[in-house]
Design a protein around this ligand. Structure first.
Ligand SMILES: [Zn+2]
Length: 260
């Protein structure tokens, strides 16, 4: 990924996405108006920060790409594998649909999601000009959320795997993601073919590699062009929010993606 600075915000971009065709940014927590513990570019509305702060922070993110906030489509992220194919923005006072995969081929729409440890995955079909944003924590990973998105692109929208680029963004890294028996059981049940690669035992604890798990899921769907951030939110708390490290009152960082 490349680190960018614009209008006092610092964000990252995948090198594999052509910037003349799509706007996209994975925004660090820097350059916003929220006070501690949300300092400062928080867009999470469920942990106690004010609506005014969140609206202003979001406005700043959209301003970086000169996109209007009323083009937004954001979902209620519920750690599942439901796909929404988006054909119109979400009205700013309208309700959020529950979905962890949002897909569009309309330049009138800006896809937007919030993260603090779960994996942001960005997908782009360069031929058909389709974009998708995926929210994949451990639950999304064991329910193969990214494959649900890829299947929709391939079987419903006619994408060819060889034309799809995938970017795996910052999240809790394998060095910090200790998991309990319940997660190990789910991995065994649902991702058994990858278990030996993604789950490892170290100093009497189990750790899960969400980056590799999602890379393997993407590869299994036939996609070979994959870029990985390899940035751990806990190792880099100066730039990212982490639910695991900062607790229930942690902020959320924003990820934005829109066709030009
Ligand atoms: Zn780490």
């Amino acid at each position: 990924m490349i680190k960018q600075t614009k209008k006092n915000l610092i964000y990252y971009q995948f090198q594999c996405f052509p910037r003349n065709v799509i706007d996209h940014g994975l925004f660090t927590r820097l350059g916003g108006v929220s006070p501690s513990p949300y300092g400062s570019l928080n867009v999470g509305g469920t942990t106690g920060d004010t609506k005014e702060n969140i609206v202003e922070n979001r406005r700043r993110m959209f301003a970086v790409f000169e996109r209007k906030v009323d083009t937004i489509y954001d979902s209620w992220q519920v750690h599942g594998n439901r796909v929404v194919y988006v054909t119109a923005p979400r009205p700013l006072n309208g309700k959020h649909e529950p979905a962890d995969i949002i897909i569009t081929d309309s330049p009138r729409i800006t896809l937007f999601m919030r993260f603090a440890d779960c994996v942001p995955i960005l997908l782009f079909d360069e031929k058909k000009k389709i974009i998708a944003l995926v929210h994949s924590g451990w639950q999304g990973t064991v329910s193969r959320a990214v494959q649900a998105g890829l299947k929709f692109m391939i079987y419903e929208l006619g994408s060819k795997p060889e034309n799809i680029f995938a970017g795996i963004g910052p999240s809790i890294g394998p060095d910090h993601y200790e998991v309990g028996d319940n997660v190990c059981e789910e991995v065994e049940k649902s991702l058994n073919e990858f278990k030996s690669k993604i789950l490892f035992f170290h100093q009497k604890k189990y750790f899960l590699d969400l980056w590799l798990a999602n890379k393997l899921l993407i590869e299994q769907a036939g996609i070979t062009k994959i870029e990985m951030a390899n940035l751990c939110t806990i190792c880099n708390l100066d730039e990212w929010f982490s639910y695991r490290a900062e607790g229930k009152k942690s902020g959320r960082f924003g990820v934005l993606m829109g066709l030009r």
